[in-house]
Design a protein. Structure first.
Length: 253
């Protein structure tokens, strides 16, 4: 886990936090020289942000990340620089960075953009998808349902991301997917800080699961319009969760 100093957050603490898993880099990659170490540090940190490892307003230090990753500070510094340019972090003095906090208008704009881009990706996936890929998505969806039933928020977050990004991979649009990833990098900390609200409300759990089932049915029918509609519905749920806006560690504006 990160040190206590690296866990200090700016502003209001978010509700519904879950224990955070440590970042890990395979032993072989810890010893990898030059470009390999830089690439692995970047990939590991990016995956951690997307998976909700960090929270809005959280301050991290170069030293704490390097220690946790068991990798040199130079690759970690480069990874932070790249992710800062992509909007995942804000640079701070003294070799540290902060996860951005957003105002309500920014959150609404991000949700709107996600609906447009991810809806388009779902429509493209409906044209490309195979029966084997549909069955794989069904298996992931089964895991999502089990994680919700057991209250395993870590697994739920991981599998939900896997479900979505498998769809975007199937869309096979190399221009669209990086844009979606950038929006997820901005939204993932907020989503992670409120995931417990979605999973603890029976009606919201059912709505979320139903939207995934609608997507699967649309893929089975090779119906791009229905797939896009289901994806848009799924993302529209975010700010309809009871207590969502009150729970967010957002800034005024």
């Amino acid at each position: 886990m990160l040190t206590k100093k690296s866990k200090r957050a700016v502003g209001k603490k978010s509700r519904g936090k879950t224990p955070r898993r440590s970042l890990t880099v395979p032993a072989a990659d810890r010893q990898a020289p030059g470009e390999a170490a830089h690439s692995r540090a970047y990939a590991t940190l990016k995956e951690a942000v997307l998976a909700g490892h960090f929270r809005p307003g959280e301050v991290i230090t170069l030293r704490s990340l390097a220690k946790e990753l068991s990798i040199g500070e130079m690759p970690v510094r480069e990874a932070l620089r790249r992710l800062t340019s992509e909007g995942a972090f804000e640079g701070l003095p003294n070799r540290s960075a902060r996860v951005p906090t957003l105002n309500r208008r920014q959150v609404e704009q991000l949700i709107d953009l996600r609906q447009q881009l991810e809806g388009k990706a779902a429509a493209l996936a409906a044209r490309n998808i195979t029966l084997v890929q549909i069955e794989h998505l069904r298996a992931v969806q089964t895991g999502i349902e089990k994680s919700i039933s057991s209250g395993d928020l870590h697994t739920f977050t991981s599998l939900n991301m896997a479900f979505h990004f498998e769809i975007y991979r199937i869309a096979d649009n190399p221009v669209l997917v990086p844009l979606i990833q950038m929006l997820w990098l901005r939204m993932a900390p907020l989503v992670a800080s409120t995931v417990s609200l979605l999973t603890k409300t029976a009606n919201m759990r059912r709505v979320g699961l139903d939207n995934h089932e609608r997507m699967l049915a649309a893929f089975q029918a090779r119906d791009p319009a229905a797939a896009e509609d289901a994806m848009r519905r799924d993302l529209a749920v975010l700010d309809k969760i009871p207590g969502y806006w009150e729970s967010l560690p957002i800034t005024a504006g």
